[in-house]
Design a protein around this ligand. Structure first.
Ligand code: MG
Length: 260
């Protein structure tokens, strides 16, 4: 079921969005060559505790999961792109890091992801991250009242295809509200002027992610981490966006912190 939020409910979602933005900006700043993925999770957990927020991940146990996720952030490294389960691994020079983080504050959820490189970057990794971020910008630009879900999907796919990346539509954007995953699904590829109409009050997480040379994923033995089938690297960019009569509001925007 698709739920629409009143303007005052969208205002009430702002603290969750700001907190998620702060956590991702802080973690990105703190994450260096040598940082352990378990330390990233521990830092995020500490920030959640101090803020009185509630993790959307720690007890997350969908039907495909062998057990609850047990951590508060997804850390996907290099050829891992989604749902990376933090484990005992110290980052190496040139690693491509994707952090995906969702919490509930005052009963409202915000969900956001960012990719970056620690140490010396490879040109092809920076290019992939740049395409993913531009696809997210295009998706946000298409998230206007009167358009349709397919317009967002099409905008994402246009950016990916122009840069030669293929798209996996098994995992994409989703409605956000009292819980992390709601309707509608927002695929990362689709046809313009198709699908659910974008009405003021619709709040969605938009999340393009691409792999360098494939669109196929395999699941790690941990039951969570999704990795490219060919070992090529992936990147992910996500914001929680409210559609309003005055245009999209990026609830997880980090620009108030002076960072992108
Ligand atoms: Mg997310």
């Amino acid at each position: 079921m698709i739920e629409l939020r009143t303007p005052s409910e969208i205002e009430a979602m702002r603290p969750a969005g700001r907190f998620v933005a702060e956590v991702l900006a802080t973690l990105r700043d703190d994450t260096k060559v040598g940082t352990n993925l378990l330390a990233i999770d521990a830092r995020a957990h500490e920030m959640i505790r101090k803020a009185g927020a509630e993790s959307c991940y720690i007890d997350y146990h969908p039907s495909f999961g062998a057990s609850p996720f047990g951590k508060v952030i997804c850390t996907s490294i290099n050829d891992a792109v989604l749902h990376g389960l933090p484990h005992d691994y110290a980052l190496r020079d040139g690693d491509l890091v994707s952090l995906d983080f969702a919490v509930s504050v005052d009963g409202w959820v915000a969900d956001s992801a960012v990719s970056f490189v620690v140490g010396t970057p490879r040109d092809e990794d920076l290019a992939l991250i740049d395409t993913t971020e531009r696809a997210l910008d295009a998706a946000i630009g298409a998230a206007t009242a009167g358009a349709r879900i397919g317009d967002i999907s099409y905008a994402i796919a246009q950016v990916a295809h122009a840069d030669g990346y293929s798209i996996n539509t098994d995992f994409g954007g989703h409605g956000v509200g009292r819980v992390m995953h709601g309707d509608p699904h927002v695929p990362n590829d689709g046809k313009p002027n198709r699908g659910y109409p974008l009405r003021p009050g619709l709040v969605v997480a938009l999340e393009p992610w691409f792999l360098q040379t494939t669109d196929e994923l395999v699941t790690d033995p941990d039951g969570w981490t999704l990795r490219s089938v060919d070992g090529s690297r992936g990147a992910h960019a996500e914001h929680t966006v409210a559609i309003t009569a005055d245009g999209p509001i990026v609830l997880t925007d980090r620009s108030f912190l002076g960072v992108d």
